[in-house]
Design a protein around this ligand. Structure first.
Ligand SMILES: [Zn+2]
Ligand SMILES: [Zn+2]
Length: 288
C-alpha cells in the first residue's frame, strides 16, 4: 500500500477526527475566554441552524462528489496531469507548494465572490450571520460550497497537487476557518506574532464588519500573507472588536439570517443594484 492509498482510505476519518477535535477545542475556548460578551441572537438558534447548513452541505458534497478533492488528486496523478507531474518535481516540494498555492487560490476565490454581484449573493449567507463564532466559519450557502469544490478541482488539476497535499490543505482550511472565526480572546502581543503565520480571529473579524471598507479587506482564510502582499490588509475595525457591528446592514432579521430556510433563499432575495466590492462607504438605502 502506498502512502496515497493509506491517505485515500482514511481520508474521511482523518478529516472528521480533525473537525471534531478542533471544533470541540474552539467551543471550550469560546466559553472560557470569549472576545465579545454580548450575543444578538440566542446561541441555540444560531448553532442549530449554522450546524444544520453544515450537515446539509456535507451530505450534498458526498453525494455530488463521492471521491472529493483527494479523488481528483488521485485521478490527476494517474493521468500525469499538472505542473508538478510534468516537471517531475520532488514530492516534498510539490506538497509544500501545492498547499501554499491552493491557499492563494482560495484567497482569490474569496476576492472574486465579493467582487462579482451574483456571487456576492451566495457569499453573503456567510456574512449575514449576526454574530461571529466557530459556527460562522462553517456556514456557507450550498451553491458556494459546490462552486468552491469545482475551483479546487481545477486548481488541483493545473498544479498536479499530490493526494497528501490535498488532504493537508483540506484539514488545514477546515481547522483554520474554525479558529479564525472563533469568539476567543488572544493577548494582543500573541495576536501580533500569530498574524505573521496564520489569520487570527481578530484579523478575520474585521472582514465580518457591516462597514463595506472593512468587509472588503482581510480575505485570507489560512495564510495572512496574501492580504499584506496584495493590499487588502486591515489591522483592526474602526469601532473596536467589542463595539463593532457584525453582519450586513440590510439583512438583520433573524428569520432571514439565522434560520436555515431564510439562509437558503437569501441569495435570491432583493435586486442586484451594484458592486459590493470597492465601496468605501455604506449609504442608507443601498442594497447589499
Ligand atoms: Zn467574505
Ligand atoms: Zn468569514
Amino acid at each position: 500500500m502506498t502512502m496515497d492509498d493509506i491517505v485515500m482510505t482514511h481520508e474521511m476519518l482523518i478529516r472528521l477526527g480533525f473537525f471534531f477535535g478542533v471544533f470541540g477545542a474552539m467551543v471550550a475556548w469560546e466559553f472560557t475566554a470569549p472576545r465579545r460578551a454580548k450575543h444578538p441572537v440566542s446561541r441555540l438558534v444560531r448553532w442549530t441552524n449554522n450546524l444544520g447548513i453544515v450537515v446539509l452541505n456535507s451530505v450534498l458534497l458526498r453525494w455530488l462528489f463521492p471521491a472529493a478533492a483527494v479523488g481528483m488528486a488521485a485521478f490527476v496523478a494517474s493521468r500525469g496531469w499538472g505542473i508538478f507531474h510534468v516537471l517531475e518535481a520532488p514530492f516534498w516540494l510539490a506538497v509544500v507548494v501545492s498547499v501554499i498555492a491552493l491557499d492563494f487560490v482560495i484567497y482569490l476565490q474569496h476576492v472574486m465572490v465579493h467582487a462579482v454581484p451574483a456571487l456576492w449573493r451566495l457569499h453573503r449567507v456567510h456574512h449575514a450571520d449576526l454574530d461571529f463564532d466557530v459556527t460562522t466559519g462553517l456556514r456557507f450557502h450550498p451553491i458556494e460550497i459546490i462552486l468552491s469544490m469545482l475551483i479546487k478541482f481545477a486548481a488541483i488539476a493545473v498544479l498536479g497537487a499530490p493526494v497528501v497535499a490535498v488532504v493537508i490543505f483540506e484539514v488545514l482550511l477546515n481547522a483554520t476557518s474554525m479558529f479564525n472565526h472563533g469568539n476567543v480572546r488572544i493577548p494582543k502581543g500573541v495576536d501580533r506574532m500569530l498574524r505573521w503565520f496564520v489569520v487570527t480571529p481578530d484579523m478575520h473579524r474585521v472582514h465580518h464588519s457591516v462597514e463595506d471598507d472593512e468587509t472588503n479587506s482581510n480575505f485570507g482564510f489560512n495564510l495572512p500573507w496574501w492580504d499584506r502582499l496584495l493590499g487588502t490588509y486591515r489591522d483592526q475595525p474602526r469601532a473596536g472588536h467589542q463595539a463593532m457591528t457584525i453582519g450586513i446592514y440590510t439583512y438583520r432579521t433573524a428569520r432571514q439570517v439565522s434560520w436555515l430556510p431564510g439562509m437558503l433563499i437569501l441569495p435570491f432575495v432583493g435586486k442586484i443594484t451594484g458592486y459590493a466590492i470597492n465601496r468605501r462607504q455604506w449609504r442608507s438605502g443601498d442594497e447589499q
